[in-house]
Write a protein that binds this ligand. Structure first.
Ligand code: AHR
Length: 488
C-alpha cells in the first residue's frame, strides 16, 4: 500500500470546532451523566468530576445543547431561576419527565468548567419567535432590558455571550415536534433569525439543513435549497446530521466502514449547493456545514440510547474524522452525538465510568492532529460498495495534517481489513522525518467492546524507527493508528 504525502499540496485549514460535542436531555446524558448533584463523584456544582476529566481529554471547543428532538418541546424559562420553583413537565419528544434542574445557567457553567463554547439550539418546533429572541436577550444583553435583568436576578450579572445559536432541530422530519414543510420552516426560521440577531448582531446562526433519509436525495436537495435561498443572508452555517450502522444484507464490518464515504458524497453535494446559493444571492459572508449530530447508531432505539460500541465502530468513527478533516473547506463545525451515556464515548454508572471504543479515535483526532489538512494519495486494494453508491472502498483510509509550526506531521491511518496487516509505504515529499511514534487503537477482533473494568480496546503508543522521506509502517488488521512525526 502506498501513501504519498506532499507538504506543498494543502487542502485547507481545519476548524477546531469540528471537534465539538453534543449533550441532550435524553436518557442519562445530562441527569446521571454529566450532572449528578447527589453523587460523591460530583463537584460543588453537581458536575461529575470523572466525566469532566474524560471529556477534557476530548478537547471539545464547542458543546451543543439542549437537543436534539428534546429542544422542539423545550421552553427555556422553565429551566432558569430558583431550582425548587422550576416546573416538572412531561417531556414529549422522548416520552419521559423533565425536572428542569439543569437549564441555561447550569449549561453555561458546565461550558465554563469544561472550557468550551456554548452552542444553544432554539425551539422552532413548539416555540415562538419571541421565545427564541428572548433567550438571546437573557443570555447576551447587558443593557438593563427585562430578560437581562432576570439573568442578573438569577445570579449571573455578566452576560453569557453565547455566540452560536441553532434555528431548530431536524425540522424536516415528521418525528419532530412542530415539524414543518420546507417553505414554512424557511419563513419561520428567517423571522426568528431576524429577531435573535436584533438582540445581538454578533451571534452566529445555524440553519436547520436536511438529512438524506433512505436514498431520498431529492428531498435533501429541496429542503436545503428552500432553506438556504430564504435565509442565506442571515446564517453562518447549515446543519447536516448523519447516523449510520451496517447495511442490511451486507457484511456488518465492511458496510459500517463504507458509510462515511456515502456521507462524504452528501457533504460535497451540499457544499456545492451552498456555494451556488451564495453566488446567486450575492451573499458575501461564508456559510459552512455544521455537522452538528454524527455517530454510529443502529442498535438501540428506546429512550435511553445506551449503545455499546465495538472496535468496528471505533474504526468507522476514525474514518469519519479523517473524512471531515479532508473536507475542511466545507465543514466549519461538528458535534459528536452525544457526549455521555447516550450513543456516547463516555459511559457512566453511579459508581464510576468507562471509555467506550469510540473514545480513542476521538481523543487522538483532538490531541494528535495539525491544523492544515494535506492532500494524500493512496494506492491499495479495494472492496465493492455499490450499496452505498460507490464503486469501491479502499482497505486503507489515510489523512495527513501539519501543525502550525510546520515541524510536526500527523498521519491518521485506518486498516479496514479484518484479516490482513497493512504494509504501508509512506513517501513524504518536501520534508524529512527525524523521529516518530505511533498511537495505535485496536483489539482482538472487530466485535471487541469495552465494559466497566474491562477496557479491551485501548490506545497504545510505540516508538517507530523513522527517518528520511520514505518509510514502511506495518498496521495490524482492523486497526487505527496516528503516526506522529517530528520533521527536520
Ligand atoms: O441524538 C439522538 C437524536 O437523533 C436527536 O435527538 C435527534 O436530533 C436525532 O434524530
Amino acid at each position: 500500500m502506498l501513501v504519498k504525502i506532499d507538504l506543498d499540496r494543502r487542502l485547507g485549514m481545519i476548524d477546531r470546532n469540528t471537534h465539538g460535542m453534543f449533550i441532550e436531555h435524553l436518557g442519562r446524558c445530562i441527569y446521571g451523566g454529566i450532572y449528578e448533584p447527589d453523587s460523591k463523584l460530583s463537584d460543588e456544582l453537581g458536575f461529575r468530576r470523572d466525566v469532566l476529566e474524560a471529556a477534557r481529554r476530548l478537547r471539545a471547543p464547542i458543546l451543543r445543547w439542549p437537543g436534539g428532538n428534546f429542544v422542539s418541546n423545550y421552553h427555556w424559562l422553565d429551566g432558569v431561576g430558583p431550582k425548587e420553583k422550576r416546573p416538572v413537565r412531561p417531556e414529549l419528544a422522548w416520552d419521559t419527565i423533565e425536572t428542569n434542574q439543569f437549564g441555561t445557567n447550569e449549561f453555561i457553567q458546565y461550558c465554563r468548567t469544561l472550557d468550551t463554547e456554548p452552542y444553544i439550539c432554539a425551539n422552532l418546533g413548539s416555540g415562538t419567535m419571541d421565545e427564541a429572541a428572548a433567550w438571546v436577550e437573557y443570555c447576551n444583553r447587558d443593557d438593563g432590558t427585562s430578560y437581562a435583568k432576570l439573568r442578573a436576578e438569577h445570579g449571573f450579572e455578566a452576560p453569557h455571550n453565547v455566540t452560536y445559536w441553532g434555528l431548530g432541530n431536524e425540522m424536516y422530519g415528521n418525528w419532530q415536534i412542530g415539524h414543518k414543510p420546507a417553505e414554512e420552516y424557511a419563513k419561520f426560521a428567517r423571522e426568528c433569525a431576524k429577531l435573535m440577531k436584533a438582540n445581538d448582531r454578533s451571534i452566529k446562526l445555524v440553519l436547520c439543513g436536511g438529512q438524506v433519509l433512505g436514498h431520498d436525495t431529492a428531498a435533501f436537495l429541496d429542503w436545503n435549497v428552500t432553506a438556504l435561498q430564504k435565509c442565506a443572508d442571515l446564517v453562518d452555517y447549515i446543519a447536516y446530521h448523519f447516523y449510520w450502522g451496517p447495511v442490511d444484507g451486507q457484511d456488518a464490518h465492511y458496510s459500517t466502514l463504507a458509510k462515511p464515504y456515502q456521507s462524504e458524497q452528501h457533504l460535497q453535494f451540499l457544499w456545492h449547493l451552498i456555494e451556488q446559493v451564495r453566488r446567486d444571492r450575492r451573499v458575501k459572508h461564508p456559510i459552512r456545514i455544521a455537522l452538528d449530530e454524527w455517530n454510529v447508531w443502529y442498535r438501540v432505539h428506546d429512550n435511553q440510547l445506551e449503545e455499546r460500541y465495538d472496535l468496528t465502530d471505533a474504526l468507522a468513527v476514525a474514518i469519519y474524522l479523517n473524512m471531515m478533516r479532508r473536507n475542511c473547506q466545507a465543514i466549519g463545525m461538528a458535534n459528536l452525538a452525544q457526549m455521555v451515556n447516550v450513543i456516547a464515548p463516555i459511559f457512566t454508572s453511579p459508581e464510576g465510568m468507562f471509555l467506550q471504543t469510540i473514545y480513542h479515535p476521538l481523543r487522538l483526532a483532538a490531541e494528535k492532529s495539525g491544523s492544515t489538512a494535506l492532500d494524500v494519495h493512496v494506492e491499495c486494494d479495494t472492496y465493492p460498495a455499490d450499496y452505498v453508491g460507490l464503486p469501491a472502498v479502499r482497505y486503507l483510509d489515510a489523512l495527513a495534517t501539519l501543525d502550525e509550526s510546520e515541524t510536526k506531521l500527523y498521519v491518521s491511518l485506518v486498516n479496514l481489513s479484518k484479516q490482513k496487516r497493512a504494509e504501508v509505504e509512506l513517501l513524504i515529499q518536501e520534508a524529512e522525518v527525524k523521529s516518530g511514534r505511533a498511537h495505535v487503537v485496536t483489539g482482538r477482533a472487530p466485535d471487541t467492546y469495552n465494559d466497566f473494568g474491562r477496557e479491551r480496546v485501548t490506545c497504545r503508543t510505540e516508538g517507530i524507527p523513522a527517518s528520511g522521506s520514505r518509510l514502511t509502517y506495518w498496521l495490524p488488521p482492523h486497526a487505527h493508528a496516528v503516526l506522529e512525526f517530528d520533521l527536520r
